[in-house]
Design a protein around this ligand. Structure first.
Ligand code: GLN
Length: 238
């Protein structure tokens, strides 16, 4: 499976590229070949990837990323071909219709891949975020991560929240966190961590979308170890 990390130099703060390593490792543990490709502006984005990853970034970098992604076109083609897109924080914001940046609250056009809009919020959301997520293939899970964003995101009718907030701000303080497109194949979320390292079930959900079938849990001892680590982090409250 080809996993494409898009514009690490622009959208790579907080180590979100670690999400690619988690996906690759979980495939490897199941005996499925994984190839992780890092693409930077100026190099064409391949359109034959299965999962594309966008990470967090600063305001100016977000604008540059949108410009490059639109000029390149590869990500749009890949999504038309059925790829999965997982976008974190700035990456999530740019997937929407528009986002506001800079001291003068300049409105920038986004990629239009998710029915969400982001504006500058009254205060920066910084801290642990804890949410409840209903996994489409069954079960309810606690997701944890670290949020740090000044943009507040509101969902339109063609997007559904990824999860319900229990601790932290999430999208804008309305109790929702993240967004999922109508197809289910474009997912945006605020938490860093990397979030897939802290939430292996979410990683497996992305892999299931890309593979087109459900995956059994990994070896019990390994999942228990991951679960214990996650529980410890859950108790860090703001
Ligand atoms: N620049 C965006 C904001 O502050 C995204 C920040 C981030 O990716 N952590 O809202």
């Amino acid at each position: 499976m080809k996993i494409v990390v898009v514009y690490q130099s622009l959208l790579g703060i907080y180590g979100d590229q670690g999400n690619s390593r988690v996906l690759a490792k979980r495939l490897e543990w199941r005996g499925i070949d994984a190839e992780v490709v890092f693409v930077e502006p100026g190099t064409p984005i391949p359109d034959d990837g299965a999962i594309y990853l966008l990470g967090g970034g600063e305001d100016a970098a977000q604008t540059a990323a949108v410009r490059e992604l639109k000029a390149d076109g590869g990500l749009f083609r890949a999504l038309d071909l059925g790829a999965v897109l997982f976008a974190v924080c700035a990456g999530y914001q740019i997937c929407g219709h528009s986002f506001t940046i800079g001291e003068n609250d300049e409105v920038r056009e986004g990629l239009g891949l998710l029915d969400v809009t982001t504006v500058r919020g009254p205060e920066r959301a910084v801290g642990e975020v804890l949410t409840r997520w209903k996994r489409p293939s069954g079960g309810e899970y606690v997701l944890t991560g670290f949020e740090n964003h000044g943009g507040y995101t509101t969902l339109g009718p063609d997007a559904t929240p990824l999860a319900r907030v229990e601790v932290g701000l999430g999208n804008n303080g309305d109790g929702t966190e993240g967004a999922v497109s109508a197809s289910g194949r474009v997912i945006g979320t605020y938490p860093h961590g990397p979030v897939l390292a802290r939430n292996p079930e979410l990683a497996d959900h992305l892999l299931e979308l890309a593979l087109g079938h459900e995956l059994g849990p990994l070896e019990r001892a390994r999942e228990q170890h991951e679960g214990l680590r996650r529980e410890r982090m859950v108790f860090v409250r703001r």
